[in-house]
Design a protein around this ligand. Structure first.
Ligand code: GDP
Ligand code: ZN
Length: 289
């Protein structure tokens, strides 16, 4: 019998595949044994006394760090306090998600530590069109909303260590028994991470990687002209620029510079856009010389 399944981990030469809700130890066949598979791959398995992975189905997305196929959602986790959110890092992760064609939601955690007004930046992300979740892994507030977002999808958590990724996963599914910092620590194992990424099945359906996404914080290798597509409000304003190839720096009749001056585009978002553009151009220059 041949059944379809999803690769959840590799261990001891076996590839573990979830088939109809049951994890089976399988042997990958031929070239698939030699690194041709990633966790997250949808595969065809010949189910017998010895299960064999016979075929891998086309990937929808392919993340390299950590190596996971078919990730649909990145949950970008930042704490509201201890430490305070780094919005430049958040924007970097939004660019990385977009380049990988992975939908992003933003989760601000440690809601219980929040006193007084929320940072103005939170409204900006919401207004720009991102889904913004507020959670406390400690009190459980907002956790049901996060669980709902993850259901049925393959997700990765990303964000600085200490923001509460491991704690949130435990709050979502206590049987995972992750130690605090466990998710963050995984990346630091460097090149061995490949063998170790595991997809944890969620009870309501769906999977989440036990290693944070976008471990490499270099900007993705995209052309300068494509950067604005990761800033929806800048892309929208840019439609009105005089030049089609306007990069919104110092060009005349630039609608984005006007939108920043008028407060329609938040200055901090524009600043990050300009910083990232510079980074991309520096890299392009280096690769030519
Ligand atoms: P990770 O490195 O992103 O996996 O973060 P951890 O889950 O290890 O959390 C880092 C620290 O923050 C730990 O000491 C947690 O107990 C604490 N923490 C996590 N979530 C919350 C929260 O919602 N509220 C509070 N007050 N502390 C939290
Ligand atoms: Zn412009």
């Amino acid at each position: 019998m041949v059944a379809e399944g999803l690769v959840t981990r590799f261990h001891g030469g076996f590839c573990y595949v979830m088939v109809n809700g049951v994890v089976k130890a399988c042997l990958p066949r031929g070239r698939l044994a030699a690194g041709g598979l990633l966790v997250g791959d949808r595969v065809k398995v010949r189910v017998a006394r010895e299960c064999v992975v016979e075929e891998v189905l086309p990937r929808r997305t392919e993340l390299l760090r950590p190596p996971v196929a078919n990730v649909e959602l990145a949950v970008l986790v930042f704490s509201l306090r201890d430490p305070e959110p780094n919005f430049k890092l958040l924007d970097r992760l939004l660019v990385a998600s977009r380049a990988a064609a992975i939908e992003a939601v933003i989760c601000f955690n440690k809601l219980d530590l929040m006193e007084g007004a929320f940072p103005e930046e939170l409204n900006v992300y919401h207004a720009v069109g991102y889904q913004v979740l507020l959670t406390s892994a400690l009190t459980g507030e907002g956790v049901a909303g996060l669980r709902a977002v993850l259901t049925g999808k393959i997700s990765v958590f990303a964000g600085p260590s200490g923001s509460g990724k491991s704690s949130l996963l435990n709050a979502i599914e206590p049987s995972l028994h992750l130690k605090t910092g466990e998710i963050s620590r995984k990346t630091r194992r460097g090149r061995h991470t490949t063998r170790l990424v595991e997809l944890l099945p969620l009870p309501g359906g769906g999977f989440v990687a036990d290693t944070p996404g976008f471990a490499q914080l270099d900007l993705p290798d995209i052309p300068a002209a494509r950067l604005a597509s990761s800033f929806p409000e800048i892309a929208a304003a840019g439609v009105e620029c005089r030049f089609n190839d306007c990069l919104h720096l110092r060009e005349p009749d630039c609608a984005v510079q006007r939108a920043v001056a008028e407060g329609v585009v938040a200055p901090f978002r524009y600043r990050h856009y300009v910083n990232f553009l510079q980074e991309i151009r520096d890299r392009e220059r280096r690769s030519w010389s």
